[in-house]
Design a protein around this ligand. Structure first.
Ligand SMILES: Nc1ncnc2c1ncn2[C@@H]1O[C@H](COP(=O)(O)OP(=O)(O)OP(=O)(O)O)[C@@H](O)[C@H]1O
Length: 480
């Protein structure tokens, strides 16, 4: 064997074995001179047998630490083994190649005894670059996971706090008589299983009331599942509510649980319940009566235990009279009605609401707005707020973005304070004129669509034919 060279008297006779192993092997005599080098060692270091044989080789492959600082032979574990005959195992050092580069190495230095006499040392080593690289990648991945986990934990704390704020009764700002009575009602009914129907204009806080009802009930540790009935077509809504089996309809690529199932033991909040089609209303009625249903495309009956809360900005009784809402369903939902008053009927709540909204806005926008000026509050209190609290939120957000100081002046308010005296002094108009104005406004809002769910007739709660004849009578036509 040409590669294994020098004095091998203390090694196994079978040199083939030494040549075959993947580990590098150096043999040292008692003077610390290399007596053999196997091919794997040559390959790993680039140092050839003729370069090292008979030499004190620490200075070739082990002269410096990984950071480049000098590594003296008297500190080298291999040479220490030569002195004290004690075996060592090292995995935090590097070996230097002939070309000046280095690689992380794991090695053992093992004393060789003959007849009880120390006669040399064998160093067996392997390149652990891959292992170090993997360890480093794992460390980095772990650090990333830890950072993400910390971020998620803090986000979770924030969301929990926000949720608690949103959902405890403290989340309802306002101390007007109307709000006080509403909170009283919430507290009374929250911990029962009774169905609650929340009515009120858009943006008054119906969803907030629903959250409060859930949070103050025994079901609070279970989910509050919301469905906006206006957001789905009637076919989609059915599968959204009741779930579907795989293949139940085109696009149903897998089995899916509906919101009723997801809300099991919790609360199901049906927002904009008036938007349910008559067909969906009958199905809902059955679930309420029997607390059971089938997934779309399945005959298996599923039983659920849910508390139902519904909300609508329509006067549901009117919808019943118009034949748009089932009367039996109306009575099933209207077990405990809660009316959320419009903001214009409780303008005295505005300062408290504004403070509450500002603290959220400061967090959201990274601002430090402390309060609203007296003048600003006066402006806010002089407006009728057709969009209710949501409109107040939007107005304050715009104002906060534009504001530079710590006190919100409300200089940019696009709203025009309605001056009650001005309204009183305005010249009176006839009923027909008022009707014409209102119908025109509604038609403009609906892009002059008369019928259909988004048409003016629906908004005006009139049959489309009635609206057409009124338009004819009042001479209302779309201006070119
Ligand atoms: N009394 C209140 N105190 C604090 N925040 C409120 C109050 N009322 C409403 N809000 C806030 O106003 C916004 C609108 O409220 P919410 O979504 O509950 O109204 P809604 O009546 O359900 O509206 P929509 O009918 O348009 O769905 C929400 O961000 C809500 O937190």
């Amino acid at each position: 064997m040409t590669h294994v060279a020098g004095y091998t008297g203390f090694l196994p006779e079978n040199k083939l074995l030494l040549n075959a192993v993947k580990e590098g092997i150096y043999g040292f005599d008692l003077d610390g001179n290399a007596v053999f080098i196997n091919p794997a060692a040559e390959q790993m270091t680039g140092w050839q047998t003729q370069d090292l044989l008979g030499k004190n080789i620490h200075d070739c492959h082990h002269h410096s630490h990984a950071d480049g600082s000098p590594y003296h032979q008297h500190d080298c574990p291999i040479y220490s083994t030569l002195k004290d005959g004690i075996a060592r195992e090292i995995d935090h050092e590097v070996f230097w190649r002939k070309d000046g580069s280095s690689f992380p190495v794991h090695y053992t230095s093992t004393p060789v005894y003959k007849s009880g006499q120390l006669i040399g040392v064998v160093a067996i080593f392997r390149d652990i670059s891959m292992q170090k690289h993997t360890e480093q990648s794992l460390r980095e991945a772990l650090a990333q996971v830890q950072a993400l986990s910390e971020q998620l934990t803090s986000e979770n704390h924030y969301l929990q706090a926000e949720l608690a704020d949103k959902s405890g009764s403290v989340g309802i700002a306002g101390s007007s008589l109307a709000i006080g009575q509403m909170i009283q009602q919430i507290k009374l009914v929250a911990n029962t299983n009774s169905t609650v129907l929340i009515c009120g204009e858009n943006g008054t806080g119906k969803e907030l009331v629903a959250r409060n009802l859930h949070q103050l009930s025994d079901r609070k540790s279970k989910p509050l599942v919301s469905v906006n009935c206006a957001a789905f077509s009637s076919t989609l809504l059915e599968s959204e509510l009741f779930g579907h089996e795989k293949g139940a309809f085109t696009g149903a690529t897998s089995r899916r649980k509906g919101r009723f199932e997801l809300a099991h033991q919790g609360t199901l909040f049906l927002d904009e319940v008036a938007e349910l089609s008559l067909e969906a209303q009958s199905k809902l009625l059955r679930v309420i009566q029997e607390q059971e249903f089938e997934r779309v495309g399945s005959s298996e009956t599923i039983q659920v235990d849910i508390r139902l809360i519904a909300a609508s900005h329509y006067d549901l009784l009117k919808r019943v009279e118009q034949g748009l809402f089932r009367m039996d369903l109306y009575y099933r939902l209207n077990v405990f009605p809660i009316h959320v008053p419009p903001l214009r009927d409780r303008l005295e709540d505005i300062p408290e609401l504004a403070t509450h909204i500002l603290s959220h806005l400061n967090h959201k926008l990274g601002k430090k707005i402390e309060a609203i000026s007296k003048q600003g509050l006066k402006k806010l209190a002089g407006y009728q707020w057709p969009g209710n609290v949501r409109e107040l939120q939007n107005v304050l957000e715009r104002e906060a973005i534009l504001s530079q100081g710590n006190i919100l002046q409300c200089q940019h308010l696009a709203i025009t304070a309605s001056d009650p005296q001005k309204v009183d002094k305005a010249s009176p108009i006839t009923l027909a004129e008022a009707e014409t104005q209102h119908i025109r406004q509604t038609l403009n809002h609906c892009n002059w669509r008369i019928s259909g769910p988004n048409g003016a007739a629906t908004l005006l709660a009139l049959p489309a034919s009635t609206l057409r004849s009124k338009m004819k009578k009042l001479g209302i036509i779309k201006s070119p």
